[in-house]
Design a protein around this ligand. Sequence first.
Ligand SMILES: [Mg+2]
Length: 298
Amino acid sequence: MEFEDCYRMVQRPKYDCLLFDLDDTLYPLSSGLASECSKNIKDYMVEKLSIDKNKILNLGNLLYKNYGTTMAGLRAIGYDFDYDEYHSFVHGRLPYENLKPDPILRNLLLSLPIRKVIFTNADKVHAAKALSRLGLEDCFEGIICFETLNPIHRSAISDDEDEIEFMGSTLASTSPTHSNGIFDIIGHFSQPNPESGLPKTPIVCKPSEHAIERALKIANINPLRTLFFDDSVRNIQSGKRVGLHTVLVGTSNRPKCADYALESIHNIKEALPELWDGDKMSEVSYPGKITVETPVTA
Ligand SMILES: [Mg+2]
């Protein structure tokens, strides 16, 4: 009986969920969607929000760096816009024709005996379109996307203190704000002590640990038994902090925060063959045999 219990314990696979980012993770950066998307975001800022063209590059970089996505940053500093309109503007004109069906990845995913979930900052229309183009629309149990983490569409900036709360209230009062009510983040970072006093964003997205934790809760995922695939080092860093096992995709250079690094998602079986061993009795380790985990790069 005692032996049976031990046997059952070691037989259990290490992971019971695979959590995948979508863009630049399930297809390569070279498809060109990411560069077109950032161009569309800049156009949106100029055309729809009337932001000075000369400030776009600097402003976009600051927002992306401090808020995870430019969209989250724009909302934080006071711009108000319809989320669906924003998404259709920045994603609607993407060269989706560059995404081709990927039967190799499809077969790899379908042969994996573990639950698989998508976790993307993008909206559901983009996620569905990209997955369909790749021929992967039926390979996942579910999709956690922008709408999952941000279910309420606000058409106006809330008066609710929580929505526009400032972190570091002492510095917030001295931070520059334009006469139009927009927080001057460029001016803010030209101050000697810019680390605190940034306005919060109402948008929940990676790489915030709160966003990842919320996604895990919604999909009933245990981070300690989940492998998280993403092409963004900062998403991987946050994933690691909330307890996920991590795989950086798109490079074979493995940073400290990643347990594995894959040049391409196609290398998944080469780097993690044990994912396919979940139901194979013959490859079970017996108690007493010590398995040393070695970080892998493929
Ligand atoms: Mg990505």
